[in-house]
Design a protein around this ligand. Structure first.
Ligand code: ATP
Ligand code: MG
Length: 253
């Protein structure tokens, strides 16, 4: 028996675990009620994808890892759903690629910002040497209203590569317009967030983040040329089309 009262062999184990984590996140004050709705939306897409990482998503995860390893200043953005679902996994990825983690909320309240930062610290941020940013909020993303635009000047403000999982479309577009190379994790290939990304990963964040970390560890010693080639050969439109095909046709590649 594990975190939830259901054996891992249960056919709906992953989905039940995910719901449980989101619910616990809401109870702990790190996830908003809106987060429950986002979760339900994601689950429907995951069901149609066969709840597995498609070969196309795996290629996107490898390209994302190459981008993060290449980056001078990568930042991983964390919101309430991300914090509830994969706190330790985000810290591990940040440690593997030398990234900062920045708390970034659509519905920003100081209380939730602090609760998420604390939650990430409980999941080993300090021991892994990972800095948690987002509380200073001394820079703005142009083109967004005041609260939604807030970022740290030395965090997302200064980043060259950002990972923004489960992000709102407006913010994803505004970050891309700032010239950031953007990696989005989103189960909906039609979402504006996925469409704004240099590297859209259409996969469940529970599977995606550990897999990006694994690829990053493999690519750690690759040359910049090799890494740039992996990024260049990745085609975002093809990845989005492959995901949409899998969802619409039910043909699981
Ligand atoms: P649009 O991008 O079309 O403007 P939206 O971003 O406003 O829509 P939300 O429901 O706020 O819509 O976005 C949440 C997104 O996160 C959805 O696209 C959903 O598929 C995705 N999502 C939810 N849970 C997960 C998960 N566990 N892994 C990956 N993606 C997820
Ligand atoms: Mg979206």
């Amino acid at each position: 028996m594990s975190e939830i009262d259901v054996p891992e062999s249960h056919p709906r184990y992953q989905s039940l675990l995910t719901r449980h984590r989101i619910e616990a996140g809401v109870e702990k004050g790190i996830t908003s009620k809106q987060g429950l709705i986002a979760e339900g939306r994601g689950e429907a897409f995951d069901y149609l994808l066969g709840e597995r990482t498609t070969p196309s998503a795996d290629r996107a995860e490898r390209a994302a890892a190459a981008l993060l390893v290449l980056a001078d200043h990568p930042v991983l953005s964390v919101n309430g759903n991300v914090a509830a679902l994969v706190p330790g996994e985000m810290i591990e990825l940040a440690a593997a690629v030398g990234a900062d983690v920045e708390v970034n909320l659509f519905n920003r309240t100081e209380e939730r910002m602090r609760a998420i930062a604390d939650h990430l610290r409980e999941h080993g941020a300090a021991a892994a040497g990972v800095e948690i940013k987002g509380l200073t909020a001394d820079a703005r993303i142009p083109g967004l209203d005041h609260e939604r635009a807030k970022v740290d000047a030395d965090g997302i403000g200064a980043a060259d590569v950002v990972l923004v999982p489960l992000e709102d479309g407006d913010r994803a577009e505004a970050l891309a317009e700032m010239g950031k190379r953007e990696i989005v994790i989103d189960l909906n290939p039609l979402s504006r967030s996925a469409q704004a990304a240099a590297v859209p990963i259409v996969d469940n964040i529970l599977r995606a983040v550990p897999n990006v970390t694994e690829h990053a560890r493999e690519l750690q010693d690759a040359s910049d040329d090799e890494l740039e080639t992996i990024v260049r050969e990745f085609d975002p439109d093809r990845a989005l089309d492959a995901a949409e095909d899998a969802i619409r046709s039910g043909q699981l590649e």
